[in-house]
Each structure stands twice: as structure tokens, then as C-alpha cells.
Design a protein around this ligand. Structure first.
Ligand SMILES: NC(=O)c1ccc[n+]([C@@H]2O[C@H](COP(=O)([O-])OP(=O)(O)OC[C@H]3O[C@@H](n4cnc5c(N)ncnc54)[C@H](OP(=O)(O)O)[C@@H]3O)[C@@H](O)[C@H]2O)c1
Length: 289
């Protein structure tokens, strides 16, 4: 498959490119060349800013995977430019699109957050994160119809990505895991590699690409199990290193994604690989705020 990845050199996008190369896809990357320069030397890099995607005026692709779409104006520009030259347009969205943050078991078709009247479509603020993703999804649906797909994830764990506050580092170095959430707090996460494999699938419409909902205590027990003699979790740390979402956003229905082929590895596999990655000398990035 001929694949164009918008972004592709940071956290999640890196996994998509790695998975695409493993599957022998022909990959082209479009980014500014600022993040992790020199990564993927065998791949064609097109340098440009999303604010001016004219470097993509020529060419056609079976699929675009948009890993860097936040600003509505920028996503509109690439949608218009690529409309007749790509098969599927897969947009990396977020569970922040949901307006109802309390009800458990929501599927992809519940109410979405509105676009604030008068908000700028070319400036990013955290308040506009969810509304921007909704706005981008709807303009892509209008442009590409059933050729557009929206992958909504929340918490993503895996090499290059943050994990649960200090868990990976604590397990790698024999210190205490901290968790400022209550042990019964529901949580859903997806391993970055499972997400990447899913992003390469034939998709249409929205998907909740999240893992099975569990409690923090269950996930913590599974993570501790990969390191013999791991210390007990400190449930009342002085600093909250990880910001959890509201309960409803961690009890989403992932049935549509599972039906479309989402495969989820176990907590123990995610934890073991993450701890090994840190022991190899890598430092996890800070969690997003
Ligand atoms: N837990 C999570 O991390 C999470 C959860 C849900 C959804 N998401 C979504 O997942 C996507 C990927 O997130 P990420 O953290 O991996 O990466 P990101 O920070 O969103 O994007 C980084 C990539 O995009 C490129 N890029 C950034 N600004 C650009 C611009 N103005 N023009 C062209 N290229 C640009 C960067 O390369 P250059 O700097 O070289 O340009 C890099 O390759 C995002 O859309 C995010 O909203 C993330």
C-alpha cells in the first residue's frame, strides 16, 4: 500500500511508521523536519508545514494517516488538496470529542462537544482540543464521505509515550509506583503498537480505540506482576503525576473497533516491554496536560 503519514516522527506516529514498514508498505512522511530528525532514513520525507501543504500537490496514495491534525484550518487545507488523490483518509482523533463524560458504555454515536461560537480555527488551546477534533472529523466526513475514518483514543502507553505517571520508571528501577487516583477508578488504555496496527486497517467512520475498562488497582496489579518483588503502590502520593479523565470516558464501548480488527495485547505484555524499554536507557516523555 502507498501510504502518506502526516507527522509520523513522534510518539504515536512513530509506531505507525514502524508498523507500516514491517508490513512492507511504501511510506512517505510529511512534517517540518523538526522532531527526531534523521529518523526513518529509508523513507521518503517531504518537508513542509501543515499551514502550507503545497508540497503535497503532486502524487496519489492509497491511504493518508493524519497523525498531526489539530488545527481546523490546517486539516481543511490538506483535505481539500488531497480529496481526489487518496483512497482512505484516517484521522487520529481523541476521546475528548465526547460531550458526556459520565455515562458508562458509550459507543461512537453519542453527543459530541460543540464548536465554541467565534473560536479561531487556526490557533490551538487545550480548551479547543476536543472541539477541534470534532470539527476536523466533520469536515473530513464532508470531504471524503465513507472514505474517512476517525480513530478515537485516550490514554496510550508504549515506548516513546508517557505511561501511568512514574510506573515504568519505578518498576524498572525498583522504586515505588505512585497513583493519585482511587484504586476503584476505571481506566482504559491502549498499547501504542496495537493502536498503530489498527490505524493501518481498512476503516470507515469513527472507532473507540481503547482497551478493556478495568480499575486502576487491577491494572496496577498486572503491571507489578512483571517485576518480581515490586513494591506496593503508593495510592496517596504528594504529586499527581498523571491526570485521569472522568469515569465515563474510561468506560467507553470498544466493540466497533474490536469488530474492525483491533487486537489488544495484555497488560503484562505492555508493562514488560515498557519496563524493558526504560531499562535500555530510554526516558519516558512527560504526560500530556
Ligand atoms: N495519548 C496520546 O498521546 C493521544 C491520545 C489521543 C489522540 N492523540 C492524537 O494522536 C496524534 C499524534 O500525537 P503525537 O503526540 O504522536 O504527535 P503530535 O505532537 O501530534 O505530532 C507530531 C508529528 O507531527 C509533525 N508536526 C507537528 N506540527 C506540524 C506542522 N505544523 N506541520 C507539519 N508537521 C507537523 C511533527 O514533526 P515536525 O515537528 O518535524 O513537524 C511530528 O512528526 C495527535 O493528533 C493527537 O491528538 C494522542
Amino acid at each position: 500500500m502507498k501510504l502518506l503519514v502526516l507527522g509520523g516522527t513522534k510518539n504515536l506516529g512513530r509506531h505507525v511508521v514502524e508498523a507500516a514498514l514491517r508490513a512492507d508498505h511504501e511510506v512517505m512522511l510529511f512534517n517540518r523536519g523538526l522532531t527526531n530528525r534523521g529518523l526513518f532514513p529509508s523513507v521518503q520525507h517531504v518537508i513542509g508545514d501543515r499551514a502550507d501543504p503545497s508540497a503535497l500537490s503532486v502524487g496519489s496514495w492509497d491511504r493518508v494517516i493524519d497523525m498531526s491534525g489539530f488545527l481546523v484550518r490546517d486539516v481543511r487545507l490538506s483535505a481539500e488538496l488531497l480529496r481526489d488523490r487518496v483512497g482512505q483518509y484516517t484521522f487520529m482523533s481523541s476521546i475528548a470529542v465526547y460531550a458526556d463524560r459520565a455515562t458508562p458504555g458509550q459507543d461512537e454515536f453519542g453527543p459530541l462537544v460543540p464548536w465554541p461560537v467565534g473560536a479561531p480555527d487556526n490557533e490551538f488551546t487545550m480548551d479547543l482540543y476536543g472541539p477541534s477534533k470534532v470539527h476536523c472529523e466533520s469536515l473530513l466526513a464532508a470531504t471524503f464521505g465513507s472514505r474517512a475514518a476517525f480513530v478515537r483514543s485516550g490514554f496510550v502507553v508504549g515506548p516513546y509515550n508517557p505511561d501511568f505517571g512514574n510506573w515504568g520508571t519505578a518498576l524498572a528501577h525498583g522504586t515505588q509506583m505512585e497513583c493519585a487516583a482511587r484504586p476503584s477508578q476505571p481506566v482504559q488504555y491502549v498499547d501504542a503498537r496495537d493502536l498503530a496496527e489498527f490505524l493501518l486497517r481498512d476503516l470507515s467512520g469513527p472507532y473507540n480505540v481503547v482497551g478493556t475498562s478495568r480499575t486502576m488497582a487491577e491494572v496496577a496489579a498486572a503491571w507489578r506482576s512483571v517485576v518480581p518483588g515490586a513494591l506496593p503502590v503508593d495510592w496517596e502520593p504528594a504529586v499527581d503525576r498523571f491526570h485521569l479523565e472522568d469515569d465515563g470516558l474510561f468506560r467507553l464501548d470498544n466493540g466497533r473497533a474490536l469488530e474492525a480488527g483491533l487486537q489488544l495485547r495484555t497488560d503484562a505484555e505492555s508493562a514488560r516491554d515498557y519496563v524493558a524499554w526504560i531499562r535500555d536507557g530510554n526516558l519516558p516523555p512527560d504526560p500530556p496536560h
